[in-house]
Each structure stands twice: as C-alpha cells, then as structure tokens.
Design a binder for this molecule. Structure first.
Ligand SMILES: NC(=O)c1ccc[n+]([C@@H]2O[C@H](COP(=O)([O-])OP(=O)(O)OC[C@H]3O[C@@H](n4cnc5c(N)ncnc54)[C@H](OP(=O)(O)O)[C@@H]3O)[C@@H](O)[C@H]2O)c1
Length: 296
C-alpha cells in the first residue's frame, strides 16, 4: 500500500540557514534561490517560526508578497511550539515548549501573515512538549484545517510513544527527525519502524550531518566516515553530499531529506544524486565505517 503523505518531491528545501542564521540572503537572493529550486521541480519549503530568531519567515514572505505567481506554486511546511528568547518575543522569559491550542492557532495565523500565504501545506509541532494534551492539540489542528489555514499536520523530534499517542487523536503525516550517517538513532530506536508500519513518510533534518562531515574533525568516528564516504563517492563518481543522500534514500521507509544547503549548485547536486543506487553491501560499508566495526 502507498504511504500516506503530502510530500511528492524527493527533497524538501530547508530554510533554516537562508537568513540571519546562515547565508543572510537579501530579498533578491531569496528570490533567485526560490525560483531556481522551483525550476528544478522542488517546490516544498521547510520553515519554522523560530528560524533567524523569528525573522526568516518574513524575509522569505517578502518575496512571496511581490510574486503571486510564486506564492501559488509553493507548498510550505512550518513548525511551531518552541518559545525562544528573542528581541521580537519579549513575553518569552525562558526557552520553553508550548503546544496549547491557543499557541498553535496563534502561531499558524502568524506564520501565514509572515509568509504572505493563505494556506500552509503542513504544520509540525517542532519538539515534544512535556505538557502536551493530545485532545487539545487535535482540536487546534481541526480548527485550522476546517478554516482552510493548514492542510496537514505532523510532528518533529517525537519519540515513538509520543508519536503513537498523538496519532491516535489526529492523523499525523510525518515525524521530522534528525537522520544522517552521523545521527543514526532513528534506524535503531524504533522511530523509522513505526513510520514504516504506519506508512508515513519520515522527513530527515540535517541529512548530511549539518555540514560537519565536510570539515576537519578530531573525532575518530567522523574521520572514519569521511574516509569511507570519500572512497564510495569516488566509486560512484559523485560528491560526498550526493553519496550521503543516496545512503538515506536506500532505506525502505522512503525518507525525504530536508536539504540545508544555501547553494543552488548543491541543490542541483542533490537532484542529480537520484541516479545513484547503492548496493546493500555498500550501505553497510558506510554503516561499518561509522560504528568502527562489523555488524554482529
Ligand atoms: N525539525 C527540526 O528540529 C530541525 C532542526 C534543524 C534543521 N531542520 C530543517 O532541516 C534543514 C536542513 O538542516 P541542515 O541545514 O542542518 O542540513 P544539512 O543539509 O545536513 O547541512 C547543511 C549544511 O551543510 C553544508 N554542506 C552541505 N554540503 C556540503 C558540501 N558538499 N561541502 C561543504 N558544506 C556542505 C551547507 O553549506 P552550504 O550552504 O555552503 O551548502 C550547510 O551549511 C534546515 O534548513 C531546516 O529546515 C529541522
């Protein structure tokens, strides 16, 4: 049976590093970046209210406000639920989580305003809130869905039990998890098994390890991974980031990586990586490189 998912591109475009937390793009640079991604067929963008300390959504929105043609083409995911201390959120006294209905509804409406769109494709709870009340969250989601403000809902960084609990109250369309060769928990802690069982597509943040693999490291694990992926990249005549994406794609759950690059050439490289097929043994070569010994 086909998985339940609104995602129909091979990658989401992450926006965390586009603004003041990374490339500090001007409006013209955002526009060029978005246009080029859309030309490549990548029209699903991953936001969060907090990116750039609550500034990236509105910077991105500045492009959409002047380009209604683009606004119609994009499908936007955003996240809420983390309350970060920031100049433009003076009421936040400590960093905390808030999954109350009031905060969820306010956040969705605020993101719509910042982004300049009428509907969000997906809204995720960014992190599990220890005080979350599943029936209250389900009601907030239903309110937003009926009002036409958000089409689908999901979560991020949820454990299997947190996911199962909320999914009983409201249908979730993804659990966005940190998954890469540097962060392998999801393969072993049951989260990917659960998504496979429920036929829900996992989305993977920091799919190439947030860039850590590309710089010198004193950690032996990173050095072993670097050596192995370089060798395999040479074998497949591709770049290391392309190899790492092909490695994630090999998993049967249908992981959709959320690309974090701010460079259109690397986004194009990701699209080109779709040609790379790793064998099962090659997948385990990379795994073995990471753990430093053969599997049991
Ligand atoms: N749900 C959550 O809790 C959560 C948490 C974090 C992130 N996210 C989402 O996930 C997205 C991706 O996360 P991420 O940015 O950490 O992902 P990533 O794709 O693993 O890392 C991107 C970083 O790696 C660098 N990089 C990629 N390929 C490279 C190469 N070949 N050589 C050198 N540097 C390279 C990029 O630099 P360049 O820009 O120079 O290419 C960028 O700094 C974010 O934008 C955000 O939307 C979600």
């Amino acid at each position: 049976m086909e998985p339940r998912s609104p995602y129909n591109s091979p990658f989401l475009i992450g926006t965390m590093r586009l603004g003041i937390w990374g490339a500090k793009m001007t409006t013209a640079e955002y526009e060029r970046f978005i246009d080029t991604c859309v030309e490549m067929g990548l029209d699903e963008f991953d936001h969060a209210d907090i990116y750039g300390h609550y500034t990236t959504e509105s910077e991105f929105g500045a492009v959409l406000k002047k380009r209604p043609d683009l606004r119609k083409k994009l499908r936007i995911t955003t996240k809420c639920g983390i309350k970060m201390i920031a100049e433009n959120r003076p009421s936040h006294k400590i960093k905390s989580y808030d999954s109350s209905a009031k905060h969820i509804i306010w956040s969705a409406e605020n993101s719509l305003k910042e982004l300049g769109v009428e509907q969000l494709e997906v809204m995720l709870l960014h992190r599990p809130d220890y005080l979350m009340n599943p029936s209250e969250i389900a009601e907030a989601f239903e309110h937003l869905r009926v009002a036409g403000k958000v089409k689908y809902f999901g979560v991020s960084n949820f454990t299997t039990s947190q996911f199962a609990l909320l999914n009983q109250y409201t249908p979730l369309i993804t659990n966005q998890l940190e998954i890469s060769i540097l962060h392998r928990n999801a393969f072993e802690d049951g989260t990917l098994d659960q998504l496979l069982r429920e036929r829900i597509i996992p989305t993977a943040w920091s799919p190439v390890g947030g860039g850590a693999i590309f710089s010198e490291s004193e950690k032996e694990e990173v050095q072993r991974i670097q050596k192995k992926v370089k060798e395999l990249a040479e074998r497949h005549e591709c770049q290391v980031d392309q190899l790492l994406l092909a490695w994630l794609r090999k998993h049967p759950s249908g992981i959709v990586p959320v690309l974090g690059s701010t460079k259109v050439e690397r986004v194009q490289g990701a699209m080109d990586s779709l040609r790379i097929e790793l064998s099962r043994e090659e997948w385990y070569e990379v795994w073995e490189g990471a753990i430093g010994h053969e599997v049991a």
